[in-house]
Design a protein around this ligand. Structure first.
Ligand SMILES: NC(=O)c1ccc[n+]([C@@H]2O[C@H](COP(=O)([O-])OP(=O)(O)OC[C@H]3O[C@@H](n4cnc5c(N)ncnc54)[C@H](O)[C@@H]3O)[C@@H](O)[C@H]2O)c1
Length: 262
């Protein structure tokens, strides 16, 4: 029997933090798979650069995920132009290391704690709430699977060696919120999952190390023997948003080269 040809995936995907790093790789892979991608970032110039390189119909939006009104405007603007967003990937995240150093809890300012939670945890809540409210009001057409993917971190699972307690705790909140939203979205046929990257070669990881050879040294503690790439993580996201992942919800996919095994 000839292999069935899959219909092209024409859903709209909103990717926050899409202006660089893992988010940019997610935008590129989803676009390559046929999805129409809205690249959103607090850095509007980077979002525009990525969207322009993808070409039409992909588009760029500027938004701070920690700002309630901005998140509402983001969905308003996008859905007014293109209709319902089927796929939400909230990659935007923030790791604060004042002076390049990992702050210890005893020295941590409340401001650093609050800013870490604002982007990582509150941001996930705001975009997840907005997506759910909109799909409740305007469900997706039958057969068009709704998907949400959040970003945790191996730091939340291990206690973290390079990040701050504020980041670790905020990412743990994201993993809990993923399950809560998965339960409350299931009746819509929307799945909600998370990825937990390990050490992935981006500006964020490089901000945690100093000196040449530091990443190579870190790779020695990873069973697969290397730091992960942004494409390693994007591949897990692409699977989670695909029709093939319709029966996964409330799960966390670890993309860490075996750095942490459950
Ligand atoms: N790189 C790693 O090793 C690693 C490991 C575990 C988890 N993560 C998580 O993966 C995600 C992507 O990380 P990355 O390494 O690509 O980071 P990055 O710092 O390279 O890129 C983050 C992107 O998010 C955007 N952003 C930051 N704050 C924002 C806000 N308030 N609103 C909208 N956009 C905002 C930035 O402008 C940037 O484009 C983050 O959630 C991060 O916490 C990364």
């Amino acid at each position: 029997m000839p292999a069935a040809t899959a219909a092209p995936d024409t859903r709209w995907a909103l990717v926050t933090g899409g202006g660089k790093g893992i988010g940019e790789a997610v935008c590129r892979l989803l676009a390559a798979q046929g999805l129409k991608v809205a690249v959103a970032d607090i850095d509007g110039a980077n979002a525009a650069r990525v969207a322009a390189s993808l070409g039409a119909p992909h588009r760029a939006l500027t938004a701070d995920v920690s700002d309630e009104a901005a998140v509402r405007r983001l969905f308003d603007e996008l859905e007014r132009e293109v209709g319902p967003v089927a796929v939400l990937v909230n990659v935007a995240g923030l790791l604060l290391l004042p002076g390049g150093e990992r702050p210890l809890i005893k020295d941590m300012t409340l401001d650093l704690w609050e800013r870490s939670f604002a982007v990582n945890a509150r941001g996930s809540f705001l975009v997840g709430r907005e997506y759910l409210a909109r799909r409740e009001a305007a469900p997706l057409p039958a057969g068009q699977g709704g998907r949400v993917v959040f970003f945790g971190s191996v730091a939340a699972q291990l206690g973290g060696y390079r990040s701050s307690a504020a980041y670790i705790a905020a990412k743990a909140a994201v993993l809990g919120f993923t399950k809560a939203l998965a339960r409350e979205s299931a009746h819509l046929g929307v799945t909600v999952n998370a990825v937990a990257p390990g050490l992935i070669d981006t500006d964020m990881l490089r901000s945690t190390v100093s000196g040449s050879g530091a990443l190579e040294a870190a790779a020695k503690n990873i069973p697969l023997g290397r730091i992960g790439s942004v494409d390693d993580v994007a591949a897990a996201v692409a699977y989670l948003v695909s029709p093939q992942a319709a029966y996964l919800t409330g799960v966390v996919i670890d993309v860490n080269g075996g750095y942490r095994m459950q």
